[in-house]
Design a protein around this ligand. Structure first.
Ligand SMILES: Cc1ncc(COP(=O)(O)O)c(C=O)c1O
Length: 389
């Protein structure tokens, strides 16, 4: 059982706002804030390089902690300044050729989608979108039927940015493994929200972000690359940390996933992400997920009962993201209305997940996203505010 009162005491932001934008950027808990302050204070007082040396053990700990969070080995983890860059490093290092096919979902996050379009335009790859089941997640049978000798990658997000869907990533992994096709999973919206086990999922690469359900700082993310898949990627960039020069005219690529990093880092953020991951594991990811499902389920039901509000979530299994439209109101108007009542929510525009929003004919959605520190009273206050709009 989660001690919600303790979680809120440890989350200063809960004293100011009703924060229902955890899928955008959550509120950092005190241990994360303290770690970042401690690091920055040391940096201010003693210098950047010197502080890095003083904190070396704690900074190294991030690899073990993220590995533990997703059941990987620490050599399979790289840190990055965002999930997008982490994902890019994996995706572009696939070095596609003309005629290669990638299979993906209708609900791809726009940055990933635009990367597919970029390689379609520059490399001549084919981007094929796998249809959904009637409940809105990737149709695994359809995926399997679409596989042929040209498919070089299966790439999808675990939880889309703009609906309640949780994709069946383990089943996708089974198909990928059966056919020996590389599998890249974007776990930006799921990491910290629900349990993730890369061994069970069977993905070769996975990206995650710090600031959302992990409750770490902004500007930080990570990449997982399975160790025996690592040699199959040709890093798109190399530099002194990732490919040390061993002779004046020779370099050697690092033999771990850190070959996808950069030497320069925001170390305070790295530490913050590490502490955030430990904090989440100490609470228990299963317990966090259980509470998120309860809060989001209640919000869906209560919002759906309000005249003029239409909940647009999909998914046989639904997550902490609840999306809705309000008759006669622009989504930004709704966000503003709620903001005036100290309720933080965000919006998904038609461009956030372009294929999905276009197929469903949706211009924009209000997006409310719950975390374990939210309360039933906050759900009620949201519902009351929406009744009054
Ligand atoms: C599904 C998905 N992938 C990737 C990202 C990008 O994460 P970051 O901003 O850390 O690069 C987001 C952010 O909203 C997302 O929703």
């Amino acid at each position: 059982m989660i001690d919600v009162r303790k979680l809120r005491e440890e989350t200063p932001g809960t004293r100011n706002v009703i924060h229902l934008n955890n899928a955008g950027s959550s509120l950092m808990p005190q241990p994360v804030i303290d770690a970042i302050h401690r690091y920055l204070d040391h940096e201010i007082g003693y210098g950047g390089y010197e502080t890095q040396r003083a904190f070396v053990a704690e900074l190294e700990g991030v690899y073990d902690t993220i590995a533990e969070l997703i059941n990987a080995d620490s050599s399979e983890i790289a840190v990055s300044d965002s999930a997008t860059r982490a994902w890019d490093m994996a995706f572009y290092s696939m070095r596609f050729d003309e005629g290669d096919r990638i299979l993906t979902t209708t609900t791809e996050y726009v940055s990933n989608w635009v990367a597919y379009l970029h390689l379609r335009a520059t490399k001549g790859i084919t981007v094929d979108v796998v249809p959904n089941t009637p409940t809105g997640e990737i149709d695994v049978e359809a995926l399997e039927l679409m596989i042929d000798g040209d498919v070089r990658l299966i790439t999808l997000n675990h939880i889309p940015t703009n609906s309640g869907v949780v994709n069946p990533v383990v089943e996708v992994g089974r198909v990928a493994r059966t056919h020996g096709i590389p599998y890249l999973l974007d776990a930006s919206q799921s990491i910290g929200q629900l349990p993730i086990d890369v061994t069970e999922i069977g993905c070769d690469m996975l990206s995650g972000t710090s600031r959302k359900y992990l409750r770490g700082p902004r500007g930080e993310g990570f990449l997982y690359v399975r160790s025996d898949f690592l040699p199959r990627l040709d890093p798109v960039f190399v530099e002194l940390h990732t490919a040390p020069v061993v002779l004046p005219d020779r370099y050697e690529l690092r033999d771990d996933a850190r070959r996808f990093e950069t030497w320069e880092k925001n170390h305070a953020n790295v530490l913050g992400m590490s502490v955030a991951a430990r904090y989440a594991m100490d609470i228990g990811i299963d317990a966090i997920w259980e509470r998120i499902e309860i809060l989001a389920g209640a919000a869906r039901r209560l919002l759906g009962e309000i005249d003029g509000v239409t909940v647009r979530d999909l998914g046989a299994l639904r997550c902490g993201i609840v999306t809705f439209e309000v008759e006669g109101r622009e989504v930004l108007e709704v966000r503003e209305w709620l903001s005036e009542r100290s309720i933080n929510v965000s919006t998904s525009t038609a461009l956030s997940a372009p294929v999905d929003m276009h197929e469903r004919g949706i211009e924009g959605l209000v997006r409310v996203s719950f975390h374990a520190f939210n309360t039933e009273e906050e759900v009620e206050m949201l519902v009351e505010a929406m009744k009054a709009i």
